[in-house]
Design a protein around this ligand. Structure first.
Ligand code: GDP
Length: 445
């Protein structure tokens, strides 16, 4: 799947040259191609804009790690942004935390793969989670729809509600609930009727069924092959019922990928499963990371950059320890420390990490320091010249005003940072006097 997008992006990154930090012009050139590729992949325009903006911002000035090329570095940045757009690293799961029978209502247009996905999900819940499952088709519009679910039920060995001709959807749902209770069913899957287009009758019926069955999950099934249409459908459904997630079908045949990319951004709902074929086990939890690297077709590159980053972090830590032992601590060191803090989860994560850090954290918070402050301090250091960073003593009033303007803060914020640096520098000198890192323990605890 996603062949075109992956091919396009591949060509773009080869063109990036140069070392050191990623240059604005290079990034902009690359992003122009990424933009076209995404639009061709049928990603919604506002989503493309937002994506390009965030990636450009992340990439310009981003250091290119030793041992990787600028192209590889950009791939990693684009990859991370794609993962984010597809819903983040975490794989969403079904929420079944309610008194049984837990109801899952399946909604979607006709032909989206709703009935097939209902049976696939039933099989998954039964086999992977050991649930006792019952399925019921509420589709009284399409001839043979109820019979189709019965046949699929037989295939996956999951029971279906006996068909009673002429019953209305709400009545079928009521009967299904009663039957589920009697049989001590864990999960009841309701396959609602589809329509060819989104219409009010369909929405009203869905709402009525939801009102009596109180679904824990309402999953919208959409056909990823329909691209932007799928996104529009999702948007209309999301406006009418409380969707809890999306199932994207026909991901096995999707050459464009636009639907997956836009879906999360447009509906705000997680994609929970991907349908990847006609067979009853052709469904899998939606993995943003996996899908992103498939889109890029560059999973290897991503892991190379991750490994390089880990190696360099190790080097940085060693360099830092060496400088500390010599009592050296300039703005570059401070910045590195701030970034490390952010990476480790900001101030909130600090407390548990080192003895004595609880006190330090409390003091920082008392002086009004929060995670935004970390970013602001980083920006202030970013506005200094390289010379100022190594020799903070150079910072006179005039330079401070320039730096404050450059980073969008007040001069007093610059002063606060300098004071903090001075204190940390003094602490480093102290450590040196006490015999290097071995003396560090005395500072904490
Ligand atoms: P419904 O009208 O929404 O209930 O759609 P169906 O469940 O009847 O599915 C319509 C057709 O799409 C059937 O032939 C399914 O086998 C097929 N289908 C459903 N999901 C997938 C999928 O993930 N991949 C592929 N290749 N075909 C699918």
């Amino acid at each position: 799947m996603f062949d075109t997008l992956s091919d396009r992006l591949g060509g773009v990154f080869d063109r990036l040259r140069g070392r050191g930090a990623l240059k604005e012009q290079d990034v902009r050139d690359a992003m122009r191609e990424v933009r076209i590729a995404l639009l061709e992949a049928d990603v919604a325009l506002p989503v493309v804009r937002r994506f390009i903006d965030s990636v450009t911002e992340a990439a310009v000035g981003h250091a290119v790690l030793r041992s990787v090329t600028p192209g590889q570095q950009v791939v990693k940045i684009v990859n991370d942004a794609l993962v984010e757009m597809l819903g983040g690293e975490e794989t969403p799961s079904l929420d079944l935390n309610a008194a049984p029978p837990v109801v899952i209502m399946m909604v979607g247009l006709q032909g989206s793969g709703k009935t097939t996905s209902t049976a696939k999900l039933a099989k998954l819940l039964k086999e992977k989670q050991g649930k006792k499952v019952l399925m019921a088709s509420l589709d009284v519009n399409r001839p043979g729809a109820q019979e189709q679910l019965r046949v699929l039920g037989e295939q996956v060995s999951v029971s279906t509600l006996p068909i009673v001709e002429g019953q209305l959807p709400v009545d079928i749902a009521t009967r299904a609930l009663q039957s589920a209770k009697l049989q001590a069913i864990d999960v009841l899957l309701l396959d609602t009727a589809g329509r060819l287009h989104v219409d009010q009758g369909l929405m009203d019926e869905m709402k009525a069924v939801a009102a009596i069955s109180k679904p824990r999950e309402t999953l919208l099934v959409v056909d990823s092959l329909t691209g932007q249409d799928a996104v529009n459908v999702a948007q209309s459904f999301a406006g009418q019922v409380d969707l809890t997630g999306v199932i994207l079908t026909r991901m096995d045949g999707d050459a464009r990928g636009g639907a997956a990319l836009s879906m999360r951004a447009v509906t705000g709902k997680p994609i929970k499963f991907a349908g990847i074929g006609e067979k009853m086990d052709a469904i899998e939890p939606f993995h943003p990371g996996r899908v992103a690297s498939r889109i890029l077709g560059m999973g290897d590159v991503v892991s190379i950059v991750e490994k390089a980053a880990a190696a360099i972090e190790q080097e940085d830590a060693e360099r830092m320890a060496e400088r500390m032992a010599k009592g050296q601590f300039d703005m570059n060191d401070l910045r590195q420390q701030l970034r490390q803090m952010q990476k480790m989860g900001g101030l909130g994560a600090l407390a548990g990490m080192m003895p004595g850090m609880k006190k330090a954290k409390a003091a920082m918070q008392q002086s009004g320091m929060d995670d935004k402050v970390l970013l602001r301090m980083d920006a202030i250091i970013g506005s200094m010249t390289p010379k100022e960073r190594t020799k903070p003593d150079l910072l006179n009033a005039k330079r401070k005003i320039r730096i404050a303007n450059g980073s969008g803060v007040q001069v007093q914020d610059v002063n606060k940072l300098l004071k903090m640096h001075q204190e940390m520098e003094r602490a480093m000198k102290q450590i040196k006097k006490m015999g290097g890192l071995k003396g560090l323990g005395a500072l904490f605890g």
